[in-house]
Write a protein that binds this ligand. Structure first.
Ligand code: LLP
Length: 451
């Protein structure tokens, strides 16, 4: 068995400190004065007053602790933070300082990371539709690895590369494993747009074509099964499938591949009591399985690469909204409309994703009521939390906080209804600082260049 240091969850609070609020809130979350909730030592209501709402409050220590937990659990692996979950320059700094690299999937993410100072060697670029400009930028910046996702890319990339400065590439394969919280994010199976299926021989053919290109240095295989996976088992089956293909590549082409990238997809808790991927178990079982399968196939153990996004940033942010109206309908429903919605968090509308919500900034002695927390957008489907349990005296002006808001919310936010994307404030050691200002109507207007 591989010897592991237990992943660090943020340090336990001193004995006299108020008790942690618990999952799925950041580990630093504590009850504050007057019904407030402290995150990173900062009151959410206080932050909302200072920066306005909707506001995303990002706990720097939580991001760092989660990144560090990966490094410690998998010291032998390359851990690349999946930028698509949420990216800004501060995130680049934090994950890089904790020893992670970055996985990017567009020239935008690549450019932001490189401008923030991350050495491009620590960046991996993937995506199913990389444009020629994106590939050129990746080459110009000397990106460490590029993941080949489709046949057209092989020649396109090879044409950009001089044989004396080869580009390290991985080939993305589809192992035929269904995993992930919604059909829209299941990428380990056939019948979807990513990668080369192993079954039927597409993957082996693509590998042969890459090996034929002197400018491309085939470092290994890549796969990404899906997102919000809470069991280790699918990853073990992916190891089996990829090692099987590596052995085939060795037998057919005489080449031993040095890297095996299992992608991301590590699940987190959105509701108390939800399952989450057990990082320590993942690290031990995947490492052991890889060693066993490689020994069976007489292969050297390749370097493992993982690309967690959600599990690094998801639990680190809380979204804070202001209630704008509370409506009781004749059929007994209650709708609390807030000043954000599907434009800052499209996940409930897209995937039916569940969230929890609580009142902050005021104590209520009233009982509880079932409330649909809805957004401000012009669609009946703009519901953030259905059937939330909230104080029965909830009223306009109240503040509501939604935990586990760090991943795939702001990164998928839109300009719907010209509401503008929310501000992001980082909290740490009792201090808050603005990382990203609120988007204003002036930002929208500035993009207009004609009428
Ligand atoms: N690597 C690759 C190649 C990916 O495509 C993804 C996510 C990741 C890593 C990171 O996965 P994570 O560890 O964050 O699950 N919008 C959806 C999730 C889409 C995930 C796309 N790919 C959602 O909100 O659930």
């Amino acid at each position: 068995m591989t010897q592991l240091i237990a992943p660090t969850v943020p340090a336990p609070a001193p004995a006299d400190a108020p008790e942690a609020v618990g999952d799925p809130w950041p580990a630093s979350a504590r009850p504050g004065p007057g019904g407030d909730l402290l995150v990173g030592g900062v009151g959410l209501a206080e932050a909302a007053e200072r920066f306005g709402t909707p506001l995303y409050v990002l706990d720097e220590a939580e991001v760092r602790a989660r990144a560090r937990a990966y490094r410690r659990a998998m010291p032998h692996a390359d851990v690349l933070y999946a930028a698509k979950a949420f990216l800004c320059s501060a995130m680049v700094d934090w994950v890089a300082e904790e020893g992670l690299g970055l996985d990017v999937c567009s020239s935008g993410e690549l450019w932001l990371a490189a401008s923030a100072g991350l050495p491009a060697q620590r960046i991996l670029l993937h995506g199913n539709a990389k444009s020629p400009e994106e590939l050129r930028l990746a080459r110009r910046l000397r990106v460490g690895r590029i993941v080949i996702d489709g046949p057209a890319e092989i020649a396109r990339l090879a044409a950009l590369v001089a044989a004396d400065t080869p580009q390290k590439v991985l080939v993305r394969v589809v192992p035929g494993i269904a995993a992930g919280h919604h059909a829209a994010v299941q990428t380990g199976v056939g019948g979807q747009k990513f990668g080369f299926p192993i079954e039927g021989g597409d993957a082996a053919d693509a590998i042969a074509r890459v090996l034929d290109q002197p400018g491309l240095e085939l470092a290994g295989l890549h796969c990404h099964l899906g997102s919000q996976i809470t069991e280790v088992e699918p990853f073990l089956r992916a190891v089996d499938a990829l090692v099987g293909l590596m052995a085939e590549v060795r037998d057919r082409y005489g080449v031993e591949l040095r890297e095996l990238d299992l992608g991301g997809g590590h699940g987190i808790r959105y509701l108390p009591g939800d399952a989450e991927l057990d990082l320590a178990a993942f690290a031990v079982r995947v490492t052991d399985r890889l060693a066993v399968r490689c020994a069976e196939a007489d292969l050297e153990v390749p370097r493992l690469v993982v690309e967690p996004g959600r599990a690094v940033v998801g639990p680190a942010a809380v979204a804070v909204y202001r209630v704008l109206s509370v409506k009781h309908t004749a059929d007994g429903r209650c709708f609390a409309a807030v000043d954000g919605g599907m434009s800052d968090n499209p996940r409930p509308a897209l995937y039916g994703s569940p969230y929890m919500v609580r009142l902050v900034g005021r104590r209520s002695e009233a009982g509880t009521a079932r409330v649909d927390v809805v957004g401000r957008h012009c669609e009946a489907g703009d519901v953030l939390v259905r059937d939330a349990v909230l104080p029965a005296d909830l009223r306009a002006g109240d503040l509501l906080a939604v935990p586990a808001a760090g991943a795939y919310q702001l990164s998928m936010a839109s300009g719907y209804n010209l509401v503008g994307r929310p501000a992001v404030a980082a909290v740490k050691d009792g201090r808050a600082r603005l990382l990203i200002r609120r988007e204003t109507v002036e930002d929208f207007r500035l993009r207009e260049v004609g009428r």
